[in-house]
Design a protein around this ligand. Structure first.
Ligand code: ZN
Length: 202
């Protein structure tokens, strides 16, 4: 921003630029837009963010975001409306949303809030591993590893698998393959290999 730009405007743009996926250009456009909004609307906007941060916490069971001590999905599990003996382990709350959107899974979840990444110094103590292990002393028949097929996702899945398997609990991994509607020739090598490995009998 130019040197004649008022400081508060620069500071506002800098705050927007801290958000993921927002570059400096977009951040500046958003900051300018804020100045065109009525004061009351800006207050409401800021207040909503503060209240979301303050009122949302992690479910004491699955670690997904909730406003209460335990989330709705875990309550449904306790009421027998969902299968609490199957735990689907994911990296982030957005993954729960993605799987729930399909309506094809009725087990419970466990949100790790991160993945193991020795390169970045992220170890088991930095993600919700302890909480996952604590749940396994209960009635659990299967753990589905649904972390993304990235280096960190694969490393996390195999680490957890090595810990859980000796406990006699079945561990499975989400099958990754070709996107529906895609052509073989456009699939990348890793996708094609995984699709071949995870082929199903028809
Ligand atoms: Zn929960």
């Amino acid at each position: 921003m130019a040197e004649y730009t008022p400081l508060p405007l620069i500071l506002a743009a800098e705050q927007f630029a801290r958000l993921p996926g927002i570059g400096m250009k977009t951040a500046q456009r958003l900051a300018y837009h804020i100045l065109t909004m009525p004061s009351g609307e800006v207050e409401h906007f800021a207040g909503t963010l503060v209240s979301a941060r303050e009122s949302v916490r992690c479910c004491s069971v699955c670690q997904n975001f909730t406003e209460k001590e335990t989330c709705v999905l875990c309550e449904d599990g306790a009421d027998g409306k969902r299968n609490g003996t199957i735990i689907c382990v994911v990296e982030a709350p957005r993954d729960v949303t993605a799987i729930e959107r399909t309506g094809g899974f009725d087990g419970s979840y466990h949100v790790l809030h991160g993945l193991l990444s020795p390169m970045d110094g992220t170890g088991p103590e930095h993600i919700r591993m302890k909480e996952l292990m604590a749940r396994l002393s209960g009635d659990v028949g299967e753990v589905i590893m649904a972390t993304n097929p990235t280096v960190e996702g694969e490393a996390t899945a195999s680490y957890i698998c090595r810990l859980i398997k000796p406990m006699g609990i079945k561990v499975s991994r989400l099958a990754y393959g070709l996107p529906v509607g895609a052509s073989l020739e456009f699939a990348d090598d890793v996708t094609l290999v995984r699709a071949m490995e995870n082929r199903n009998l028809i």
